[in-house]
Design a protein around this ligand. Sequence first.
Ligand SMILES: *Cc1c(COP(=O)(O)O)cnc(C)c1O
Length: 494
Amino acid sequence: MKYISTRNKNLNLDASSAILQGLSKDKGLFILENPSDLQVNLEDCLNMNYQELAYEILSKYLNDFTAEQTRTCISNAYTHTFSSKDITPTVKVKNDYILELFHGPTSAFKDVALQILPHLLTTSLKIQGSKEEIIILTATSGDTGKAALEGFKDVDNVRIIVFYPKDGVSDVQKKQMLTSEGKNCFVIGVNGNFDDCQRKVKECFVDEELKEYMEKNHQKFSSANSINIGRLIPQIVYYFKAYLDLVNKKEIDLYDKVNVSVPTGNFGDILAGYLAKQMGCPIETFICASNENNVLTEFIQTGIYNAKRVFKKTNSPSMDIVVSSNLERLLYLYCKDDSLVTQMMNDLQEKGSYELTSDMKARLQNEFFASYTTQVETKELIKEVYEKENYLLDPHTAVAYKGMLDFKKENRNNYKTIVLSTASPYKFMDTVLNSISESKSDEFTMMEECEQLTNVKIPNNLKNLQEKENLHNTNVEISEMKNAILNILGEKHD
Ligand SMILES: *Cc1c(COP(=O)(O)O)cnc(C)c1O
């Protein structure tokens, strides 16, 4: 049981080194060659709480962690940090289910992984006997940034640098990031979109000059983006949790199949679900729900990934993306052929597109259903579900809910569907409140208005956010990102 790269299957890494490296030197992503070797016995897990279930799953992946190290990481991450004791509760809405992933310290699903990733990283350092300082370099479309800052703040031997698209995140998201405390936290606005940020960050990871400079200083890059396998693994847990919750509530029988609908951007969340399925979670169909940046919809329907398209800013900004990095892992699992994956990724880089083999396409279409939702439809659905079901969806969750409705129209199967809810509606107040009523206030006043109107409580971390002081004020051009990093690492650079 060792980690390989999607672009080099001769690698043979332990979990700690895969987690520390983040991205492989060949630019591939780390993955287990056969995740289906790690089977979870569902019956054994029926009575487990979230932490126990997390141990059951994580211990299988963290091959060179001791049992105690894994347990300590889990208890550090999931004790007293989430506002729900279930961590990720599942609620019933009409005849389907919503898996609420937003009860963490920043009200976004990324907390589930980013509360534990710092502990996985520092434990990995210990295991490797490394004295290096870890530099977390991350690009964010809004939610990762704050969740990472919150997870890594004041963690010893770690510095975190977050780049976000200056005009591509919500007011609340921006305020959350700019008010981040923690001496080791650096937040930088970029005059560009999320794909620009992510592309540049990826380049910096393999930049020779940066590498040389950092080696001298005993520093090393790592990533908090979902390209890090250490971020993906913790996300497997809640798929099992949701499934077992439905069994325990007698909504389904053990081993009945379910579908899941996932609001998808970088393909991390849905890929974690795919890994859960490999490990024995009875998921039939993955509904890959996109917004108007519907590159994945087209991909699943045609087998051609075409990144030559215009990036759109939408009202579900955390899914605004043109290149979905984690798809590379699915490609590998489908073909188990590192040179084919390398070829496809080179095509993507050079020609802006690649095409699946007919075998891969058939498998993809068998397991995944694709749909996308326009911005207008997103708002209509928020209104409809609020009025009919008295449940307030955030825009990303609305996109997934619409994916479920589209899937039902196809009559492919009659299994129950779990919709993943990835953010609190309070993180995207402008869109949410203006879907169910009308308001011209700023997002912070809207929160109060929304609470009064709906009786849905404002999460604690978002209350009083407006009064907090901004602690970060650097903005840069895309071309200046590398210099900004060098400045933070401690060297002026012209
Ligand atoms: C990041 C994010 C997503 C997309 O998740 P991926 O793992 O990138 O596919 C969806 N919704 C919200 C609210 C997010 O923050």
